[in-house]
Design a protein around this ligand. Structure first.
Ligand SMILES: [Zn+2]
Ligand SMILES: [Zn+2]
Length: 398
């Protein structure tokens, strides 16, 4: 396929060293794997008594309508705008959508990050699984034409179809919600004095190497790396679905259970992603020579996660049985402030779960399921509550 340098420039990633943020077309993006994304979807859509699918679809349409608008240029004709929509989806790692029949109300997809995630970890699907793509397409139609439509998946590869097939319904519906945020925290506080480092681990070299890796979709729109499929997900999407899920569950008196579920998904994610990374040629080539003991592995993993956009977080205390971390500018806390203002309780479920998962991976034994739950993590203070940083404590479970 010929490279379209104009489109490539519009979706090029910029890394901000001061905040460890990755930015594409005006949106901070977070690199996560297909296990995490599929698990989050199952958690939110599988909860009884709430419309979890509507939370996912609504978040995707709002966020991608905005990101696509930022990737478009005033002089683009309609064909060019559809090309931007196909390109952003593929570039971010979500798969490949074919918009050539969109005027007839039909979209097909022959590869899908979410189908891969579902089939890899969650078994047979009871129905179509591409809620995310439905929302993306609704956002794309809005960005290209200004219309608010409903997109429904009628055939899905997760159910054995040769390709996923979507139909566009132009019937009346409410307008697409704007991605409205209030700027809350312009910049993180100054770097902490109490951050622990390993003399063996060159964190900056690791960050530079990972940031330099081209983590963009291949021809099929997938990013196979580290034995998982990665994707560049806008932080706004994660924040909108997680805040929306917890608030919907609060209506049923189950918001604490909702946060526990989000933490659990991240705990699995931390182990799956980093287990893949620790068995990759990239790890063997760059990182293994720096790792003398398990503590070194932990410092290397935290450096990698900062390059992936997860947290701007740092080790403040560490033994084989315990870990303390400080995050100045995690996307969950900053996003909560932008969308909702001050929180009453800490909000960083992803970092909390990953903190436990990393300790389970570095110090545990056996399969992911054997290790799961052997460490417990808690967020003691959070930027979302007005604190200068988020602070996490992990302890081995007796
Ligand atoms: Zn599908
Ligand atoms: Zn926090």
């Amino acid at each position: 396929m010929a490279i379209d340098t104009d489109l490539a420039a519009r979706v090029a990633m910029q890394y901000e060293p001061a905040t460890y943020r990755r930015r594409i077309a005006g949106h901070d993006v977070i690199i996560h794997c297909h296990h995490y994304n599929a698990r989050l979807q199952r958690t939110i859509e599988g909860a009884r008594g709430i419309d979890g699918k509507a939370i996912l679809v609504g978040a995707a349409e709002t966020v991608f309508a905005d990101q696509l608008a930022q990737a478009m240029r005033a002089g683009d004709d309609e064909a060019r705008r559809w090309a931007v929509a196909e390109q952003l989806y593929r570039h971010l790692g979500f798969g490949r959508i074919d918009l050539s029949q969109i005027a007839a109300g039909v979209v097909t997809a022959d590869s899908s990050h979410f189908v891969e995630g579902w089939l890899a970890g969650l078994g047979d699907a009871a129905g179509s699984v591409c809620s995310f793509t439905e929302g993306y397409l609704q956002g794309a139609v809005h960005a290209v034409t200004g219309a608010a439509v409903r997109v429904r998946e009628v055939e899905c590869m997760a159910r054995g179809a040769a390709r996923c097939r979507f139909e566009v319904d132009h019937g009346p519906r409410e307008p697409i919600a704007a991605d409205r945020k209030d700027p809350a925290i312009a910049a993180p506080r100054e770097p902490g004095a109490g951050w622990l480092r390993s003399p063996n681990v060159d964190e900056q070299a690791i960050i530079d190497a990972v940031v330099g890796m081209p983590m963009v979709g291949d021809d099929a729109g997938l990013i196979p790396a580290f034995s998982v499929y990665l994707a560049n997900m806008p932080a706004d999407f994660y924040n909108r679905i997680c805040i929306g899920f917890v608030e919907a569950m609060r209506g049923l008196g189950r918001d604490k259970a909702a946060i526990r579920l989000l933490v659990s998904d991240a705990e699995h994610c931390g182990m799956n992603t980093f287990r893949g990374i620790m068995h990759s040629p990239e790890w063997d080539g760059l990182i293994a020579p720096m790792v003398r003991d398990r503590a070194d592995a932990l410092h290397a993993i935290i450096a990698i996660s900062n390059a992936l956009g997860w947290g701007d977080w740092h080790v403040t205390a560490h033994t084989p049985r315990s870990l303390a971390l400080e995050s100045r500018y995690g996307y969950e806390a900053v996003g909560y402030r932008e969308y909702r203002g001050l929180a009453a309780t800490p909000q960083c479920a992803m970092l909390t779960g990953v903190a436990a998962g990393v300790m389970e991976l570095v110090y545990g034994e056996g399969t992911v399921e054997d290790r799961y739950g052997t460490f417990a993590a808690h967020e003691d203070r959070c930027v979302s509550c007005g604190e200068p940083s988020c602070n996490f404590a992990v302890e081995q479970v007796e």
